[in-house]
Design a protein around this ligand. Structure first.
Ligand code: HEM
Length: 453
């Protein structure tokens, strides 16, 4: 350990000047996963960034619940502006202060229970559609199949438009952005270069995002010309002009659409992928899930009124989110010098809150690496922020209920109709992109269940 004197958090050994950069770039998740052996508050040395990782739920709670004058969201500015493209600067996921507060208040009404229930039919309809595409015996990549499904559900529910018509630029933009956001490997070199240097990666990204912008702008223009009969997020944003309390410009609406598509798409898709990976490799859990679904739904698709009774289904989802948290790590910045866990953290440090490490800490979870949905029905006491897949405090996920509702619709319908025989490894390598992603496709063979459905 290089320097753990005084009140400073300990720091792992590193190289002169570069500090821990190479270890981090080689494998960010493995580097961060090993930090807790130095303590609950650990400093990492990089040439341009002073980072401090937190591993104790109480410290995480303090940071997430603090006011925005003390801890701000770290805004991925470098990443957002790569290739000279400024990604959704006015989107809810990136704004700050008064602007963010007004947007959040305004958009929150779209995610109330009443409104969410209106999305249920769309969730069922798209899941049925995807199931029809799968032939008995077909080999599919679960990650691609669920990415397509969750994008269709999201775009249909929030913007009432059919992905099949204009999905290509959106899918390409999502893939390019995910690729850009990969923290380690070759991207790290481009990440460290100024964004105006015309690398092939920057050019590809720019082109994909420009095409994406065109689709979003067309949608806004078409809707302005023909606004009648829609009751989705886009309609609500456009209607702000007649709402005296808050008005959104076209540029802001455009950014909100980008922010919601990116925040809501791969997060849910990843959860579906890993839930089915886990269920395919744990037949006894799958059996219990099937029994609950038969008991509660008796062969019918889920509906909002019956979701509360799907308690084991919910535990399965919670456990998948524990083991494979899509956001993987949250970021904050302290605007003033702060004291965390008995250590002094200088102002403007990047604070890392690694869900993927905290969620598997033996202090809070027995047998932490094991998929055991039943752990959620015990009354075992654990600190609240030992589990925070949807974040916490003011910026907690605005789409959490939407996502849970989607998962509780899609998973039972799929369970009613098919089995997956996993063809890939049961323990795939993962990496942090925009969301946690498998490094290789997760392949499975579909077997249709012979049943009454
Ligand atoms: C399983 C699915 C999801 C997970 C695990 C997830 C996770 C998260 C997390 C951890 C945050 C907080 C980030 C931070 O504090 O830095 C967040 C914020 C956000 N999420 Fe989600 N999310 C999911 C689904 C969705 C969906 C479906 C939508 C949209 C319909 C959405 C929209 C957003 C937005 C707009 C924010 C920013 C909120 C703000 O800053 O006020 N998310 N999400």
């Amino acid at each position: 350990m290089a320097d753990d004197s005084g009140n400073q958090p300990p720091v792992p050994d590193g190289l002169p000047v570069l500090g821990n950069t190479l270890d981090f770039i080689r494998s960010p998740m493995s580097f961060i996963g090993k930090l807790p052996k130095h303590g609950d508050v650990v400093r990492c040395e990089f040439p341009m960034i002073r980072a401090v990782a937190l591993f104790h739920p109480e410290d995480i709670r303090t940071v997430l619940l603090a006011d925005q004058q003390t801890y701000r969201r770290w805004n991925f500015d470098q990443l957002r502006k790569m290739g000279g493209y400024d990604f959704a600067p006015e989107g809810l996921a990136f704004t700050e202060g008064e602007k963010w507060r007004n947007q959040r208040r305004h958009l929150q009404s779209m995610f109330g229970l009443d409104r969410l229930h209106g999305y249920a039919d769309t969730m069922v309809e798209h899941t049925e559609r995807v199931l029809k595409q799968w032939e008995d015996g077909a080999e599919i990549a679960l990650n691609h199949a669920f990415s397509e499904l969750s994008l269709a559900v999201l775009t249909h529910s929030l913007f009432d438009f059919d992905m099949r018509e204009r999905g290509e630029p959106i899918i390409r933009a999502t893939e390019t952005l995910n690729d850009r956001a990969q923290l380690g490997g070759r991207n790290a070199v481009e990440f460290l270069l100024p964004s105006w240097i015309p690398t092939p990666g920057h050019a590809r990204y720019r082109e994909a995002m420009d095409d994406f912008d065109t689709v979003v702008d067309e949608l806004i223009t078409e809707r302005r010309a023909n606004p009648v009969g829609y009751d989705d997020l886009l309609a609500r944003m456009l209607a702000t002009e007649s709402d005296s309390d808050y008005t959104m410009s076209d540029a802001e609406i455009h950014d909100q659409m980008l922010a919601f598509l990116f925040a809501g798409h791969e997060t849910t898709a990843t959860t579906l992928t890993f839930t089915w990976l886990l269920l395919s490799t744990h037949p006894e859990k799958r059996k219990r899930l099937d029994a609950e679904i038969e008991d509660v739904l008796g062969g019918a698709p889920p509906s909002p009124e019956r979701l509360d009774a799907l308690t084991y289904t919910e535990q399965v989802i919670k456990e998948a989110l524990r083991l494979y948290p899509p956001a993987a790590m949250l970021f904050r910045k302290n605007l003033t010098e702060t004291e965390i866990g008995g250590h002094t953290v200088p102002a403007n440090s990047t604070i890392l809150l690694p869900q993927f490490v905290v969620h598997t800490d033996e202090r809070w979870y027995d047998d932490p690496q094991t998929f055991r949905p039943e752990r959620w029905d015990s009354r075992r006491e654990r600190p609240e922020y030992a589990y925070f897949p949807f974040g916490g405090g003011g910026h907690h996920c605005i789409g959490m209920r939407f996502a849970m509702m989607e998962l509780k619709h899609v998973i039972p319908i799929i369970a009613q109709r098919v089995d997956f025989e996993l063809l890939s490894t049961p323990d795939p390598a993962v990496q942090m992109e925009m969301t946690l992603q498998p490094t290789e496709d997760i392949r499975a063979r579909v077997t249709k269940r012979s049943s009454r459905y």
